[in-house]
Design a protein around this ligand. Structure first.
Ligand SMILES: [Zn+2]
Length: 272
């Protein structure tokens, strides 16, 4: 999440330039008191309610910036999201405000905002061959939401600010705007730790299997992304999610460790 930690942190979601709006919107909401919601683990962590509020605000800006697609592919994205949701524990299904969008962009990318708004780019969708590959992306992104990765990173950033104030011998904790500035910075470079990315892979893999998909779809997704990386720059999803050998190895191992090997064949996407 912090730009200075690039070697240890993977990026998730939109490119930094396109994320700047999210920073502004999220910071504004924090400053306007969204952080005063109930049910948080500590004073630094945005509550579920905060995350939904902030995420919805940011989603409005995404929807303003991009064209939402309403076609058979979009219906498939929606259907896939709902199917994954159906297999989740009730709490994960109900406490977030899930929305699934397909947006028109050649970028090979997908991302989820805190709270449940999940966006798929046509550039990624059109490269996928099976529902199972689609489910792998969706499961990964939805796990970031369910595990509240953004909220935990925001809390850690705020704690660092407050801790610094103590170290420097300041008599008062960091003022709210300082804390909010930390959130701005983190949202500008929405980077999750490798640990969070690994957890998103693990959660996504489990979720897709629970929903009846073939986990091979995740390995095939990695292959598709690797193939797409041939052209200049590589896909945005890979820039945000470096496809390390460890990541692939972990997915292989998790599939090998699964109790059942009896997965039905992957289902081709309509028109793929
Ligand atoms: Zn991720």
């Amino acid at each position: 999440m912090l730009r200075t930690l690039s070697s240890d942190h993977a990026r998730c979601g939109l490119g930094a330039r396109r994320r700047s709006w999210a920073a502004v919107g999220l910071a504004t909401l924090l400053l306007c008191g969204a952080a005063a919601g109930p049910s948080r683990a500590d004073m630094f962590t945005p509550s579920v309610k905060d995350q939904i509020k902030l995420g919805n605000q940011a989603a409005q800006q995404v929807l303003h910036q991009y064209r939402v697609v309403h076609d058979e592919r979009a219906a498939e994205v929606e259907r896939m999201g709902r199917r994954l949701l159906d297999a989740l524990p009730r709490k994960d299904r109900e406490q977030w405000e899930w929305h699934f969008y397909l947006i028109q962009s050649k970028e090979i990318n997908a991302f989820a905002l805190p709270g449940g708004n999940t966006f798929f780019f046509t550039g990624l969708y059109d490269r996928l061959k099976t529902e199972d590959e689609l489910a792998a992306v969706m499961g990964h992104e939805m796990t970031h939401v369910r595990k509240e990765h953004w909220a935990h990173m925001a809390a850690a950033a705020q704690k660092r600010e407050a801790g610094l104030a103590v170290i420097l011998g300041l008599t008062h904790a960091a003022p709210v705007w300082r804390s909010a500035a930390g959130i701005v910075d983190s949202m500008l470079n929405l980077r999750y730790s490798r640990k969070d990315e690994d957890q998103a892979d693990a959660g996504g893999l489990q979720d897709m299997v629970d929903a009846g998909y073939n986990p091979q779809g995740m390995l095939d997704l990695f292959h598709v992304l690797q193939e797409s990386a041939g052209g200049g720059g590589g896909p945005a999803f890979l820039q945000d999610h470096p496809l390390t050998s460890t990541r692939i190895q972990h997915a292989r191992q998790r599939i090998a460790d699964m109790d059942s090997r009896d997965f039905r064949p992957q289902i081709p996407l309509p028109g793929a």
